[in-house]
Design a protein around this ligand. Structure first.
Ligand code: ATP
Length: 248
């Protein structure tokens, strides 16, 4: 199986004092769906941001689709990211003045690639949004907006789609639709998804869960169930509380 993402000994310190990541090494195989979980402040978003080239790590290396992300210039990093990474955010990040189709085409245009509108329409169609292509985002429900965001992440055919709390703003039913969509993106279309979530039910849609605590890897689980994930998280919380209690 090809490797979509690898991080080696990744560290990130903010303002020279807050250690958000402390030597994290992990690999994500192509065609897999992984959830990243851990207590608040454990470094999940920082891991995603650094792996996606949205933030610069203090130390360590990042490989996406077999190529190393080298921190040369911001322009070079942006180009690298546009070619290899799709991102889905909790708050959708759609441009309000652009239609659904224009939002989906945008990453291709920004990357200087041919914007094949027919293919973008086909992706939206497959995601159940074929009759909404000319609407502005404000006309869509949260779940529909997030499906547009997934379509936008898909069209550039990235090595990996990073999703940070993609269901955090959705009701239960819309959340389930988006999770099923992400799972289909992986299992039917061979994409790779790495998703940060707080929700054990959301994590149970993934093939595997990676746990973080205090900026370090704190274990993993394959074929996760919501109950097993919740149980593991509760113990991670205990450990974090014990460590910070001891430090206080
Ligand atoms: N821009 C920043 N400046 C300073 N400190 C930061 C910054 N971003 C994150 N941190 C700190 O780094 C640590 C890890 O933050 P991060 O957001 O990665 O955790 P998280 O696990 O995603 O948390 P949550 O579940 O609450 O979103 C925290 O202590 C946080 O306060």
């Amino acid at each position: 199986m090809t490797e979509a993402v690898r991080v080696e000994d990744l560290s990130k310190t903010y303002d020279g004092s807050v250690t958000a990541l402390d030597g994290v090494s992990a690999a994500f195989a192509g065609g897999t769906f992984t959830a990243v979980m851990g207590p608040s402040g454990s470094g999940k978003s920082t891991l995603l941001q650094c792996a996606a080239g949205l933030d610069r790590p203090t130390g360590g290396r990042v490989f996406l689709g077999g190529a190393e992300l080298i921190a040369t210039t911001d322009t070079a990093i942006t180009k690298f990211r546009r070619d290899r990474v799709g991102f889905v955010f909790q708050d959708y990040n759609l441009l309000p003045s652009l239609t659904v189709l224009q939002n989906v085409v945008l990453p291709l245009r920004l990357a200087g690639r041919r914007a094949d509108r027919r293919r973008c329409r086909a992706v939206l169609d497959r995601l159940g949004l074929g009759d909404r292509v000319d609407d502005l985002p404000e006309k869509l429900s949260g779940g529909q907006r997030q499906r547009v965001a997934v379509a936008r992440a898909l069209v550039a055919e990235p090595a990996v789609i990073f999703a940070d709390e993609p269901t955090g703003a959705l009701d239960l039913r819309s959340a389930r639709d988006v999770l099923l969509l992400l799972r289909a993106v992986v299992h039917e279309h061979g994409r790779t998804v790495v998703m940060v979530t707080h929700d054990p039910v959301a994590a149970s849609y993934a093939d595997a869960v990676l746990f973080l605590a205090d900026g370090r890897l704190a274990g993993s689980m394959t074929a996760p169930t919501a109950d097993a994930v919740a149980e593991r998280l509760a113990h991670l919380g205990d450990t974090a509380a014990r460590v910070s209690g001891a430090a206080a």
